[in-house]
Design a protein around this ligand. Structure first.
Ligand SMILES: Nc1ncnc2c1ncn2[C@@H]1O[C@H](COP(=O)(O)OP(=O)(O)O)[C@@H](O)[C@H]1O
Ligand SMILES: [Mg+2]
Length: 313
């Protein structure tokens, strides 16, 4: 498939703060690349570099074959961008917002009318043309934002936390829309704090302190941790957690709802020891078994490794 986004060795600092610190990535047509990482990791700065809103200190970016910085305008003709805190015009109606963003992108007249109608239907806002954007629900605003970003039929779509603060049902709708955009061969980069969304991406890059620590298909990333996670359900929970964490082969214990994910060096030792240890402490164990790791397990373990490395003098 055609490479539509190519970034090589990007650097961008704010004073001494290296917000993006040697980042490279490639995204092909039809791929969704998930940029995942904690607040301050550099996701928004990366997006702003990719759209040419911010100049890189170093590195090269190509979008649709055009070099950002030298051919930014040509690249932008192929780029749709939904910023993290994007602004619709609240006093303009749904239709007027689409017209405004269309005009900015050089889409006018009958072509604009056709595209606007198609997009309103696509995002489920047909019938809301005359409503002021201020009067839309949060989810509807996100969908209108997506429609505005798609008005000029971009081949590359950058979405910065597009579902932040949106309810789960609307998040689900939003992903159904993205799946259709991808099927048309668009290359998408989407940043998200939600692991279930990351798991839907073709590839995921886990970003921390300006760098991509690991990258791969969600299944590759979780396969690498196979045999390293036990699920534990036991009561009382606090005691169970402390006792599990004290096992010599346990690296850490994460709470997942009413259960724990226990990350281990190997499963045999803890599987043999923990039932006994818990029983002796009067903890009722419901379940202890190896499970398939989730992306969250992978990312937490990466962060733990980073923290450990930072602590080592
Ligand atoms: N305009 C700015 N001026 C100074 N520092 C900034 C600016 N934008 C971002 N930063 C800093 O750069 C780092 C990366 O921020 P950002 O790209 O917004 O991360 P993310 O989107 O992953 O939360 C953070 O330390 C942030 O404080
Ligand atoms: Mg951000």
């Amino acid at each position: 498939m055609t490479t539509l986004i190519e970034a090589r060795d990007l650097h961008r600092a704010y004073g001494a703060n290296r917000a993006v610190d040697g980042l490279s990535l490639t995204v092909r047509a039809g791929e969704a690349y998930g940029l995942v990482g904690p607040d301050g990791a550099g996701k928004t700065t990366t997006m702003r570099l990719l759209v040419g809103a911010l100049r890189a200190d170093r590195g090269e970016i190509q979008v649709g074959g055009y070099v950002i910085g030298r051919q930014t305008e040509q690249a932008r003709a192929h780029l749709g961008y939904l910023a993290q805190r994007f602004s619709l015009y609240g006093d303009l109606t749904v239709a007027e917002n689409l017209e405004f963003f269309g005009a900015m992108r050089g889409v006018r007249g009958p072509a604009l009318a056709r595209r606007a109608a198609e997009l309103l239907k696509f995002v489920g806002l047909a019938g809301f043309e005359d409503r002021p954007a201020d009067k839309l629900s949060g989810g509807m605003k996100q969908k209108l934002g997506l429609a505005c970003a798609l008005i000029h039929e971009p081949r590359v779509l950058l979405l910065d936390e597009p579902t932040g603060g949106v309810d789960p049902v609307t998040r689900q709708d939003f992903w159904q829309l993205l799946i259709r955009v991808l099927a048309e061969g668009t290359a998408v980069i989407v940043s998200t704090p939600y692991m279930d969304e990351a798991a839907r991406c073709t590839r995921v890059g886990f970003m921390y302190r300006g760098r991509i620590l690991v990258e791969g298909a969600p299944r590759e990333l979780t396969a690498a941790m196979q045999g390293r996670v036990l699920e534990l359900a036991a009561h009382p929970k606090d005691r169970a957690k402390a006792l599990a964490a004290a096992d010599p082969d346990v690296e850490d214990v994460l709470t997942f709802g009413d259960r724990f994910h226990v990350r281990v060096r190997e499963t045999a030792g803890p599987l043999a020891r923990l039932p006994e240890v818990l029983a002796q402490a009067g903890v009722a164990m419901e379940r202890l078994r190896p499970i398939a790791p989730s992306l969250e397990d992978v990312f937490i373990s990466l962060l733990a490794a980073q923290a450990a490395a930072a602590d080592t003098p």
